[in-house]
Design a protein around this ligand. Structure first.
Ligand code: ADP
Length: 276
C-alpha cells in the first residue's frame, strides 16, 4: 500500500510539475504573441507612413497636370526617397528576422579585423558622397591576432556602425575605428565619433528595434531604426558583446563590440556554431 501511495504521489507530483510547466509555457506563448502583435503593429506603421507619402505625391502629380516643374521634381524626389526607405525597411526587417529565428547559415573562418575594416571603409566610400563624410581614421595594429567570425556578417556590423557614426557627425567632425585585445581571448573593436552623442539613459534603447531618437530625424538622416538591432544579433551570434558609450548630447559616441580570437588554425573547426 505504501508503495502504491508513493507511486500515486510520484505521478501526482509529475502531473503538478507538468501543469506548472504548462502554465509557464502558456505565459511564454502569451508573451510571444504580445511581442508578435506589437511587432506587426510597429512594422505596419513604419511601412504605412512612407506609403501614404508616396500615395499623396502620386495623386498630386496625377491630378495637377499644370504643376510647376520645380514642385513636380520635389514630389518625384519625395516619392522616390520614401520608396527607397520602404525597400530598406523590408530588407532590414527580413535580415533581422532571419537572424532572430536562427535561419542564418554561418561560415566561420579565421579572419583579420584589418581586412574587414578595409572592406567596410571602401563600402562606405563607394556608397556615400565622400565630400559630406567626416574624416575617417582606422587604427588597427597589423600584429593583432585574427578573430573567429563570419567575414561577411562582420563587415555588415562594421559598415552599419560606420554609417551611423558618419550620419550623426558633421562633415567637420571625425570618426575613428580601432581594434585592441580585450583580455586574452577576445578582440575589441571601437567606432568613435565626435557627433551629436547619445543621452546616458538611451545607451541601451538604441539597440531596440525601430528606436530612433527623433521621429523627424529619419526623414533627414534616413535609416530604418533596425541597424543596431541587427548589429546586436550578429555580434551575439558571433560569440561577442556589443555596447554603446557617450558622455551625452553633442559629446560624441563610442560603439564597442568584442569577438573571440581565432584558436590555433590546426584546431579550427569551421561552420560550427560559436560558443555563446
Ligand atoms: P537608424 O540609424 O537606421 O536610425 P539604428 O538602429 O542604426 O537605426 O540606430 C538607432 C538610433 O540610435 C538612431 O536613430 C540614433 O538615434 C541612435 N544612434 C545610433 N548611432 C548613433 C551615433 N553614432 N551617434 C548618435 N546617435 C546614434
Amino acid at each position: 500500500l505504501v508503495e502504491a501511495i508513493a507511486t500515486q504521489l510520484g505521478v501526482a507530483l509529475i502531473q503538478a510539475e507538468s501543469y506548472a510547466n504548462l502554465e509557464d509555457l502558456n505565459e511564454q506563448l502569451e508573451a510571444l504573441e504580445r511581442t508578435r502583435s506589437n511587432l506587426i503593429a510597429i512594422t505596419g506603421h513604419e511601412l504605412r507612413t512612407p506609403l501614404s507619402t508616396i500615395q499623396v505625391c502620386l495623386e498630386s502629380l496625377a491630378n495637377e497636370p499644370d504643376m510647376m516643374p520645380e514642385l513636380r521634381q520635389v514630389m518625384l524626389n519625395t516619392a522616390l526617397s520614401d520608396a527607397e526607405r520602404m525597400r530598406n525597411l523590408i530588407q532590414d526587417f527580413i535580415t533581422l528576422s532571419r537572424l532572430e529565428s536562427g535561419r542564418v547559415e554561418w561560415h566561420f573562418e579565421s579572419i583579420s579585423i584589418d581586412e574587414c575594416v578595409d572592406l567596410a571603409l571602401s563600402s562606405i566610400r563607394t556608397r556615400q558622397n565622400t565630400e559630406t563624410l567626416p574624416r575617417i581614421r582606422a587604427q588597427v595594429p597589423l600584429e593583432l591576432p585574427p578573430v573567429r567570425a563570419d567575414g561577411e556578417w562582420l563587415v555588415e556590423v562594421l559598415s552599419k556602425l560606420l554609417d551611423n557614426a558618419c550620419k550623426f557627425t558633421e562633415p567637420e567632425g571625425e570618426v575613428i575605428i580601432e581594434a585592441k585585445p580585450n583580455g586574452g581571448k577576445m578582440l575589441e573593436v571601437t567606432v568613435t565619433d565626435t557627433g551629436r552623442g547619445i543621452e546616458p539613459n538611451r545607451l541601451e534603447a538604441v539597440f531596440d528595434r525601430f528606436y530612433q531618437e527623433e521621429g523627424a530625424l529619419r526623414r533627414t538622416a534616413g535609416g530604418t531604426g533596425l541597424g543596431l538591432a541587427i548589429c546586436r544579433q550578429i555580434v551575439l551570434s558571433l560569440g561577442g558583446q556589443i555596447w554603446a558609450e557617450s558622455a551625452g548630447r553633442n559629446q560624441g559616441s563610442q560603439f564597442h563590440f568584442t569577438l573571440p580570437i581565432a584558436q590555433d588554425p590546426e584546431s579550427e573547426q569551421p561552420d560550427l556554431p560559436p560558443n555563446p
